[in-house]
Design a protein around this ligand. Structure first.
Ligand SMILES: C[S@@+](CC[C@H](N)C(=O)[O-])C[C@H]1O[C@@H](n2cnc3c(N)ncnc32)[C@H](O)[C@@H]1O
Ligand code: SF4
Length: 429
């Protein structure tokens, strides 16, 4: 079975697919083009025979299509659905420990409850080897926190692993260290510029820096951001600015300010972002009608994040989950205890991912008046409902953390736009 990669979907959305094919010297006839277009639009997965001369290998090599591994296909043909096939990239949360305490942070309760552990690098290594064999890290690996750049960090150990495996890395940091003279990372000390050089040398292809309400809370952080941005710009490093809960006009004015303050057109900057999510929203929702497929069609997540496990999130305790917002709920398994391969094999048997994988989400059902302010919150509520309806132990909640008190700023997430094709982009973590 074959399906589209993120790359293909992005290129299609940005109308760059034809020029990308040109640069890869791939000329498609009308029949091939129509197959590729249907895949890019996410309309279908191809199970049946492709046109005889379809350039599948070339399109896989160009990172536009992916072919599912035999073993996962087998579990699909056994009657269970190999839902892990939806995963395209792995996000590793090295820790929930952080040098800041942003008011909106979805991990703040975990942190305040004393969750400061760091992920075990040897488990990460085994996990990534399996992930590569399962075809889950074609676009690379995202490393995030908490804050990955801080004295007690094991980031350098993790980068040794990803660099040895030749995996491209996207790194998410708050940029707090931009203003520091020296940054300590484990046993190493770096100037901010040297740190960036080291990270680039170790395979960091994209750095993601957050721009959100935190600069009101920590005004002095702004100069650190500007400094890191300048240093990245000097190195022509692809830099994603993660605007969370920021409106389109504010993004434009912030970009203008940053260009002014860095004295650069910031040609390598990619704006991205999302809504601020209030997980607590999911607690007060009653969804009707009580058909799961109907419930799901009321949400507008568009097969991103929670619904389809496009990304695999790995928590500092090794827990594996499909939803970035259900922090620490490692309900698919745990890489500190099992191989990812075993987790992958068990995945089709899990009631929840199975439900998500088999549902026909038509999108034509009436919208519920009681929709939560963020689709992820509704998805979590639905997931809990599915579990409660099944025969599994009651109270096996997807989200078990104490209430978050965060402001929902609403608004449409800004559109992701990048010329950096081939560099992984995971959305908003
Ligand atoms: C959890 S942070 C970890 C990386 C790093 N400490 C940082 O802040 O960039 C990753 C991203 O999640 C975003 N985030 C935190 N809380 C959020 C929430 N409640 N809703 C949506 N995004 C959130 C942050 O703004 C940040 O861009
Ligand atoms: S958003 Fe990032 S910087 Fe802020 S507290 Fe959360 S992990 Fe730390």
């Amino acid at each position: 079975m074959i399906s589209a990669t993120n790359n293909l979907r992005l290129l299609w959305a940005k109308r760059r697919l034809r020029s990308y094919l040109d640069t890869h010297v791939l000329s498609l006839n009308e029949e091939h083009w129509s197959v590729l277009r249907r895949l890019a639009q996410g309309k279908q997965r191809i199970r049946s025979a492709l046109p005889l001369d379809f350039p599948l290998d070339e399109l896989v090599a160009a990172r536009l299509l992916r072919v599912y591994t035999e073993e996962l296909n087998q579990s699909a043909s056994n009657g269970s659905v190999a839902t892990l096939q939806f995963v395209e990239a792995v996000n590793i949360e090295l820790t929930y420990s952080c040098v800041l305490d942003c008011a909106h942070c979805l991990q703040s309760d975990l942190r305040h409850a004393g969750n400061h552990q760091w992920i075990d690098p040897s488990a990460v290594e085994h996990c990534l080897v399996d992930a590569r064999n399962l075809g889950l890290v074609e676009t690379g690996v995202n490393l995030t926190g908490g804050e990955v750049i801080q004295p007690g960090s094991n980031l350098l150990e993790i980068l040794n692993i990803t660099a040895t495996m030749g995996l491209p890395v996207r790194l998410n940091t708050s940029a707090w260290w931009g203003a520091a003279e020296r940054v300590r990372l484990g046993d190493h000390r770096f100037s901010p510029g040297d740190l960036l050089d080291y990270l680039i040398e170790r395979g960091m292809k994209l750095i993601a820096l957050s721009v959100d309400g935190r600069y009101r809370q920590y005004p002095s952080l702004w100069s650190a951001l500007v400094k890191v941005l300048s240093l990245c710009d000097q190195r022509k490093l692809a830099t994603e600015l993660l605007f969370t809960g920021v409106s389109g006009p504010d993004i434009r004015s912030t970009l203008a300010l940053l260009r002014h303050q860095t004295g650069s057109p910031l040609g390598s900057v990619i704006p991205g972002g999302s809504d601020v999510v209030d997980i607590e929203d999911s607690r007060n929702i009653s969804v009707s009608p009580p058909r799961v497929s109907g419930d799901l069609s009321q949400t507008d997540c568009a097969l991103k994040r929670f619904y389809r496990p496009r990304y695999l999130h790995i928590a500092p305790d090794g827990g594996v989950r499909t939803c970035m917002f259900a922090s620490g709920a490692g309900w698919l398994g745990n890489i500190h205890e099992q191989s990812l391969w075993d987790i992958a094999k068990g995945f089709p048997q899990h009631r929840l991912p199975r439900a998500f994988a088999t549902l026909e989400v038509t999108g034509d059902e009436p919208k519920s008046a009681s929709r939560p302010s963020h689709p992820c919150a509704q998805a979590i509520s639905l997931a809990n409902k599915i579990l409660e309806r099944g025969s599994g132990p009651k109270g096996q909640k997807i989200v078990g953390s104490p209430p978050h008190k965060v402001e929902h700023l609403g608004g449409n997430p800004p559109r992701f736009s990048t010329d950096v094709v081939g560099v992984l982009h995971h959305g908003c973590f």
